[in-house]
Design a protein around this ligand. Structure first.
Ligand code: UD1
Ligand code: CA
Length: 459
């Protein structure tokens, strides 16, 4: 029978090598924190419970996982990885007959299909402990696995290793499965006699194996997932791997990428089939891009939804907005939060929109600001139209009904209603509601003073 297992993630350390005010594990890769990446992978293996060891900035960490059904255990002072596990002894001892999967919190690239065989091997061999290792080209920063004799294995941390030991290529991944009972019995035997003066969890490997307990090594071939991000350059390298992983998975689902190396797509973004992505496109947060869209260079989309066949032309920023099928946005457009662009609409060159519904097939092609507005269908917003939505105290609404024509250079002073089919003459400043089908002209009449220039010169 498959044994139940608990998961324990070590996340109490500050991450000094990150040189940050913020705890290392809350730094993000493609929109998701390092710790959440690792914890989400473990969750897919369905542990009985997941416990996170917290200490440094624990409130922020706990907030990150609020509502995820995770239990937190506090390690008051950070005296090493074994000391962190000891903080969980009391909780885990209630489940003496189960296993526990222990993982360092700084393994954002680890995937469920890499963790699964470790658990399997552990249960199949009936080990007291099975840990993951990998043969690395460059194991710098990792503890090295040393086989003392047939049954005795030891891990030596890099800073405590001799030059000879440092040449060993098998690194400790920082992922372990224990029989809870055996682990709890061995933990108190760990001492802090090393260069750092810390209690190393890795010492338990020699303790268990030399006391006759069965210790197994699961050597994974997925070396690229074993990163143990310690500083920001390692984070940058991990992001690079993750970015390509994301782009590969989208490409295999039918998305075209002209230049993966210059494309940034956050972890939670989704893209439909036959969409084409030009170089220098950035898609962030939980954005969803529909099928058959084209995103031209410099499209920057944050937490937004695009329907089918949408075109985003060059250098366009879209935040928290929704764009329906076949609409076209850009070039140089800024859609600020809560812009709802209906199907077939066009928002073009140097237009800014905010908190606005923009109806089917309506157009705002050039140099306009449309804010806090409700714009109907087939409306034409002429070049340089401005909704004057702010009176210095509050934001006011502009309502423009279907088929309205707004001439160029118009100011619409809100609150204001322009009824169906009305025409507004170019250069108008509209301060009162406009009736349906009417033409309004609200500008001073043109005057011409004959020979004004020549007379002035004579003076
Ligand atoms: C650790 C391993 C090393 C392994 C490497 C893999 C030890 C002693 N060494 O080294 O063999 O090759 O990971 O990446 O375990 N933490 C706590 N409380 C503490 C100290 C650390 O919760 O008191 C947490 C940290 O937040 C971190 C994790 O434990 O998530 C690992 O700590 P870190 O300092 O990164 O260990 P390494 O030096 O990388
Ligand atoms: Ca580490």
């Amino acid at each position: 029978m498959k044994r139940q297992f608990h998961a324990l993630v070590l996340a109490a350390g500050k991450g000094t090598r990150f040189k940050s005010e913020k705890i290392k594990l809350l730094h993000t890769l493609m929109g998701k924190s390092m710790l959440k990446m690792g914890v989400d992978s473990i969750s897919q293996l369905k542990p009985k419970m997941t416990h996170i060891i917290v200490g440094y900035q624990k409130e922020a960490l706990m907030e990150e996982f609020s509502g995820d059904g995770i239990s937190f255990i506090t390690q008051k002072s950070q005296l090493g990885t074994a000391h962190a596990v000891m903080a969980a002894s009391k909780t885990l001892s209630k489940y003496n007959e189960d296993d526990v999967l222990i993982m360092n919190g700084d393994l954002p690239l680890i995937r469920p299909h890499t963790l699964r065989p470790l658990l399997k091997q552990h249960q199949k061999q009936g080990n007291a402990l099975t840990f993951m290792s990998a043969e690395m080209d460059d194991p710098t920063g990792f503890g090295r696995v040393i086989y003392l004799d047939k049954n005795r294995i030891r891990i030596i941390e890099e800073r405590d290793a001799t030059t000879e030991q440092r040449k060993l290529k098998e690194g400790n991944a920082g992922i372990y499965v224990f029989k809870i009972k055996d682990m709890i019995a061995a933990l108190p035997k760990i001492l802090n006699k090393n260069k750092k003066g810390e209690y190393y969890l890795t010492d338990i490997i020699e303790i268990l194996s030399s006391s006759g307990k069965k210790v197994g090594v699961h050597k994974t071939t997925h070396v690229r997932e074993i990163v143990g991000v310690n500083d920001r350059f390692e984070l940058a390298k991990a992001v690079k791997i993750l970015r390509m992983r994301k782009i590969e998975s989208m490409a295999l689902k039918g998305v075209t990428f002209y230049d993966p190396a210059s494309t940034w797509i956050d972890f939670d973004v989704n893209i439909g089939r036959d969409t084409v992505i030009y170089p220098f496109v950035v898609l962030e947060g939980n954005s969803v891009i529909g099928k058959e869209c084209t995103l031209y260079p410099g499209a920057h989309i944050i937490n937004s939804r695009l329907g089918q066949g949408v075109k985003i032309l060059s250098s366009t920023m879209i935040e928290e907005s929704r764009i329906a099928d076949k609409a076209q946005i850009g070039p140089f457009t800024h859609l600020r939060p809560n812009s709802i662009i209906k199907s077939g609409a066009k928002v073009g060159n140097f237009v800014e929109m905010k908190n606005t519904v923009f109806g089917n097939r309506s157009k705002a092609g050039h140099l306009s600001y449309v804010g806090d507005s409700l714009v109907g269908k087939d409306v034409n917003i002429g070049a340089g139209t401005i909704t004057c939505n702010y009176d210095g105290v509050k934001k006011n609404k502009t309502i423009i009904d279907d088929r309205v024509f707004v001439g160029s250079g118009t100011q619409l002073v809100a609150p204001l209603k322009v009824r169906k089919g009305a025409y507004i003459a170019a250069g108008s400043t509209i301060t009162k509601d406009v009736s349906a089908e009417a033409l309004v002209v609200a500008r001073v009449k043109q005057r011409e003073i004959k020979d004004w220039v020549s007379k002035k010169k004579k003076k």
